[in-house]
Design a protein around this ligand. Structure first.
Ligand SMILES: [Mg+2]
Ligand SMILES: [Zn+2]
Length: 195
């Protein structure tokens, strides 16, 4: 199916090759889940502050059979604050350092909020694109974010919504019914792995 040229396509940056087709997945928001949110945007390496415990948790999730991905809004590209190349480099740095090499690919929405793209959360385009490309079973998969908009995107894509409290959610914004809330990403992984 061809898209009209005015609709920007979802951008997927593949980090490693899956050895076999994964089915259940953990898709992670980036800022507020893998690294601390900053005021504005993470535009350079010096702004990266990793949250603790994630490489170990994601290694355990990978061993338990989860395919792991990242899906992140990076409007800073569309706003002209950073080039796409540089944004991809910053993203790879965060992903490499935070995930112990477990992340298969990142989906990035580089578009402005007013660009009418299908990928910017709370729309589900990035999650849908990852599910299609990597043969994921959405109903057996989770999207972990730190904001109410993340739970909306997860639910719209048929993923189980998870919100961790290491980022923007202050307990006020309404989450989608059934959203799992945990202290941080390692706590969620422990919960889902039953340990
Ligand atoms: Mg976030
Ligand atoms: Zn987009």
């Amino acid at each position: 199916m061809r898209r009209p040229s005015s609709t920007p396509a979802v951008l997927v940056d593949r980090h490693r090759i899956a050895l076999r087709h994964p089915r259940r997945a953990l898709i992670l928001d980036r800022d507020g889940v893998l690294n601390e949110n900053v005021d504005g945007y993470v535009l350079q390496q010096s702004q990266i502050r990793l949250l603790p415990g994630n490489p170990e948790a994601l290694t355990a999730a990978r061993r338990a059979g989860f395919a792991i991905f990242v899906a992140t809004n990076q409007q800073c590209v569309g706003l002209g604050l950073i080039s796409l190349d540089r944004a991809l480099r910053v993203n790879r740095s965060i992903v490499n350092a935070a995930s112990a090499g477990t992340v298969l690919a990142s989906a990035i929405c580089p578009h402005r909020a007013d660009a009418s793209c299908q990928c910017r959360k709370p729309l589900p385009g990035m999650l849908v694109a990852l599910a299609r490309r990597f043969h994921l079973s959405a109903e057996h998969s989770y999207y972990v974010g730190d904001a109410a908009t993340d739970s909306i995107a997860a639910s719209a894509a048929g993923f189980k919504p998870v919100v961790v409290r290491t980022g923007r959610w202050d307990g006020q914004d309404a989450l989608i019914d059934g959203t799992i809330v945990t202290k941080d990403l390692p706590s969620f992984v422990s919960l889902v792995l039953g340990r």
